[in-house]
Design a binder for this molecule. Structure first.
Ligand SMILES: [Cu+2]
Length: 75
């Protein structure tokens, strides 16, 4: 399992957090998605054989938000 932290712009409330959580958790290959408003980030555990950070960013974009950076957890 791989982990990535996505920095997200455009989230303004708990509804946005729920939207991003839902779209990430419904992305094939995602095991777990934990989204926070402060900081505006999503920590995602995923199967690297099934998806990648670019596809996760695309899913977030389709929900109306923007991934501005990706990094490894702890970095
Ligand atoms: Cu909102």
């Amino acid at each position: 399992m791989s982990d990535v932290v996505l920095t997200i712009s455009g989230m303004t409330c708990g509804g946005c957090v729920n939207s991003v959580t839902r779209v990430l958790q419904s992305t094939p290959g995602v095991q777990q998605a934990s989204v926070t408003l402060v900081p505006s980030e999503a920590r995602v555990s995923y199967d690297a054989a099934a998806t990648n950070s670019e596809q996760l960013a695309q899913a977030v974009a389709e929900a109306g938000f923007t991934v501005t950076a990706t990094r490894s957890p702890g970095a």
